[in-house]
Design a protein around this ligand. Structure first.
Ligand code: FE
Length: 216
């Protein structure tokens, strides 16, 4: 039997079935590229504002970094260190850098940053301090952390956890995410404002994130 409905043909249906996955993959790819570009633009804008000095405009467009749950794996009293690389920590190395600002782009010297994350295999060390450490931002609010890319674990996309606290101020607890991660769209906690700007062309990988706190 020949289907004579206008606009219908088996060939057309076949073509649709074949091209649909490619269209989905393309849309997914464009979405991820968009995420990465947006993260890069946001960080670059903050840097431009800072480079030109502290201006009222600098802080106007920069919303405070969103808060997120600490999750169940935070351990207090982590060691003070800027590298989490040690025996038994395997994975892709990554250097995370950035600055801590108050509103109005004021660098928050001496701000405390306490990082914790799953190791390269997606496991947290809940007995010790593997992949856990705190540090203090320098006089310009800069921080630098050398670690490994966290592995994924069931139910979550790839992420770092961090608590950031200005001297004598309120703690910001949040999480940082990676661009180009298929799980970002399925993770209910994921927020594009918390995307790292990652330079994957460098070895080790270079990632950047500037925190904007409600103080300052
Ligand atoms: Fe986690």
């Amino acid at each position: 039997m020949v289907d004579s409905r206008p606009g219908f043909s088996r060939r057309r249906m076949l073509r649709t079935l074949i091209t649909a996955p490619f269209a989905w993959a393309l849309a997914e790819h464009l979405h991820r590229v968009g995420e990465a570009v947006a993260a890069e633009a946001r960080h670059a804008a903050i840097e431009r504002g800072t480079a030109s000095g502290v201006t009222p405009e600098c802080g106007d467009g920069d919303e405070p970094t969103p808060r997120q749950t600490a999750g169940p794996f935070f351990t207090p009293d982590s060691p003070e260190r800027t590298s989490l690389i040690e025996r038994g920590v395997a994975g892709t190395r990554i250097v995370l850098t950035g600055r801590v600002f108050g509103r109005g782009c004021t660098p928050l010297a001496g701000a405390l940053l306490d990082f914790w994350h799953a190791d390269g295999d997606g496991a947290y060390d809940n007995e010790g301090y593997r992949c856990r450490g705190h540090q203090f931002a320098d006089a310009e609010g800069r921080y630098r952390l050398v670690t490994v890319v966290p592995g994924v674990y069931p139910g979550r996309t790839r992420h770092f956890h961090v608590r950031v606290q200005p001297r004598g101020g309120r703690v910001l607890t949040t999480q940082l995410y990676f661009p180009d991660e298929p799980r970002n769209r399925r993770d209910g906690l994921f927020r594009p404002e918390l995307l790292l700007a990652v330079d994957g062309a460098r070895t080790p990988l270079a990632a950047r994130f500037h925190f904007v706190l409600e103080t300052g």
